[in-house]
Design a protein around this ligand. Structure first.
Ligand code: ACO
Length: 401
């Protein structure tokens, strides 16, 4: 039965589902997740195996094109991306206009949208070839914008990166290389960032991905759709949680490290405080990504020789939550963002940049979902509503109100 016939049969009945808790917005062959069992797979491959064995660029290729690349395909993909990694000098002027205090997510969203103006051919993408060109373009330019956003914050001169090294290595070098310094790559940081980006790369129809699909469904360009996704990711109930988690852990430490007090606040319905990094719309068991990140956080801090009291507070909160009736009954477990900030901090990434790092990881997922939506020729996203406002009213002149 097609949708037009269905509408005829139901008489145009509208289902109402705030937060779309039970609404599927599309069919998708990209990411499978089972929230009850704590399973996450990209194109059929388990997240555990991908995080251990694949590189971020291989995962990006897998998500976008559906198969793991051969070495030749990966090399071509990487070289096409590198060929597009120059950002127009005028974008720097836009960056310059932002105050240093601007939140990096706002800056990133604006710059991503601004890229459309400098790459107009990326808007009307009717063929797979046009799509491919737009995709490698943004995969090349986005890390530059990410690194520039950080360098602006730190007052460092902008760096154009190094095309002779790997994608993730280049991200680190562009972010951290000091002027006139011979940057030394730390393989521990490269591995940790690679893993974090893979874990964040896609998560089916979450808030930012749904945003990218719905904006893209009007045939707005890829960069505009991604810019909207970045704004959606910014919020503390979504990607912004990684910043909020670290700020919360810091606040608990400053307040004497009394985790029980904050557990109490989180359970108090009169108190707006929530335990950031706990709970998930879909995972009602553990978040498989959080398990991998927890182990990675231990390894990275151990390898770097960093002792961080914040990690102990995080582990304490997790222990208490697992034994607490309130959290157990509501199936609130640590999510991907509970431990990621601890690793980012150990890497020297400022707290305000955490959600930007999430965006860098999510980029291939957003692109894959946008491409799938366009290839499937999905109709424009346009939900209905149930009107609950006033019925007809007579207009009253302003002098008589
Ligand atoms: N701390 C305390 N209580 C919580 C928390 C929390 N972190 N999360 C949910 N609850 C409680 C709610 O108060 C509610 O209680 P009630 O049944 O007594 O009213 C119950 O658990 C269900 O919560 P909802 O908000 O209805 O669940 P929903 O699926 O809408 O929200 C969300 C999921 C937004 C992730 C929520 O758990 C939350 O706010 N967590 C903290 C923020 C966070 O970590 N976000 C990152 C998510 S992962 C990501 O985007 C990458």
């Amino acid at each position: 039965i097609d949708i037009k016939t269905l509408r005829g049969v139901t008489g145009g009945v509208t289902t109402i589902d705030p937060g779309y808790k039970n609404t599927g917005s599309c069919e998708s062959a990209i990411t499978f997740l089972d929230g009850e069992k704590g399973i996450l797979r990209y194109r059929g491959y388990s997240i555990e195996e991908l995080a251990e064995k694949a590189s971020f660029l291989e995962v990006a290729y897998l998500l976008i094109f559906g198969e793991l690349p051969t070495q030749t395909q990966l090399d071509k993909f990487h070289s096409d991306i590198k060929a597009q990694s120059v950002v127009d000098d005028d974008v720097k002027k836009i960056l310059d206009a932002f105050p240093k205090s601007a939140h990096p997510m706002g800056v990133l969203s604006s710059l991503t949208s601004a890229l459309t103006a400098f790459n107009p051919s990326s808007v009307n993408v009717d063929s797979e070839e046009d799509m491919y060109n737009a995709i490698v373009r943004i995969l090349g330019k986005f890390p530059v914008l990410v690194a520039w956003t950080l360098r602006k914050k730190k007052g460092l001169p902008l760096d154009y990166g190094d095309s002779s090294i790997g994608y993730v290595e280049n991200v680190l070098k562009m972010m951290f290389k000091q002027p006139n310094e011979d940057y030394k790559m730390n393989p521990i940081l490269v591995d940790a960032l690679d893993k974090l980006l893979i874990l964040h790369a896609d998560h089916e129809q979450n808030c930012s991905t749904s945003t990218v699909r719905i904006v893209g469904s009007s045939h707005a360009g890829l960069f505009a759709s991604l810019s909207a996704g970045i704004s959606a990711l910014w919020g503390p109930l979504h990607g912004g949680a990684n910043q909020a988690v670290l700020e919360m852990l810091e606040a608990i430490k400053e307040d004497g490290g009394d985790t029980k007090k904050y557990m109490g606040k989180a359970k108090d319905k009169e108190d707006p405080f929530r335990l950031m990094g706990f709970g998930h719309r879909v995972y009602k068991n553990f978040d498989p990504r959080a398990k991998i990140i927890k182990v990675a956080a231990d390894e990275v801090l151990g390898d770097l020789g960093v002792e961080d009291p914040i990690l102990d507070i995080a582990k304490g909160l997790e222990r208490e939550a697992l034994e607490d009736d309130y959290f157990v009954k509501r199936k609130l477990y640590p999510n991907v963002d509970f431990y990621s900030g601890i690793i980012y901090r150990a890497m020297g990434i400022p707290v305000e940049m955490f959600t930007v790092m999430f965006a860098l990881g999510r980029l291939p997922g957003w692109i894959a979902q946008w491409r799938e939506m366009r290839l499937r020729k999905e109709p424009i996203g346009r939900p209905r509503q149930v009107y609950v406002g006033e019925n007809t009213r007579d207009f009253v002149e302003i002098s008589k109100r």
